[in-house]
Design a protein around this ligand. Structure first.
Ligand code: COA
Length: 107
């Protein structure tokens, strides 16, 4: 999903580990560093969450940022995600073994 501000792309979200009618994992990025920490991330996450729930008929949506990456952890909390736990894992085939925090929204 492309995030736009005044018609220009400023970030994106993607979704994987999708089990239709049940659960999925989402990702978040504001690609323009100078536009970060101005509220775009939290607002675009809120809107993306609504679209993911509707499109995939979800019951649970997870997000698992690196535990030491303050930006996404603060943003997820602000967008309404609930903290579940912190643990070590390999989040995806592009990632190394790392500590992640697990956040969820349930509907
Ligand atoms: C994570 C990211 C999407 C957040 O987007 P954003 O537009 O900066 O977020 P917002 O401005 O809506 O901020 C939401 C909250 O997080 C806080 N926050 C965001 N980045 C922060 C940072 N680097 N350090 C401390 N707090 C931060 C904001 O202060 C705000 O909290 P507050 O209103 O309680 O003060 C963006 O910073 C980003 O893309 N970062 C680089 C890529 C990345 O780390 N992606 C996540 C991979 S899992």
């Amino acid at each position: 999903m492309l995030w736009q501000l005044d018609g220009k792309p400023v970030g994106f979200s993607s979704c994987d580990k999708i089990v239709f009618g049940n659960r999925a994992n989402m990702h978040l990025h504001v690609t323009e560093p100078e536009l970060r920490q101005q509220g775009i991330g939290a607002e675009c996450v809120r809107r993306s969450v609504d679209i993911y729930f509707r499109t995939f008929e979800l019951k649970q949506l997870f997000c698992e940022p690196n535990a030491f990456n303050v930006g996404p952890n603060r943003t997820l909390q602000k967008a309404g995600f609930r903290y579940l736990k912190t643990y070590k894992t390999v989040p995806g085939y592009l990632n190394y073994h790392q500590a992640v925090t697990r956040w969820v929204i349930e509907r």
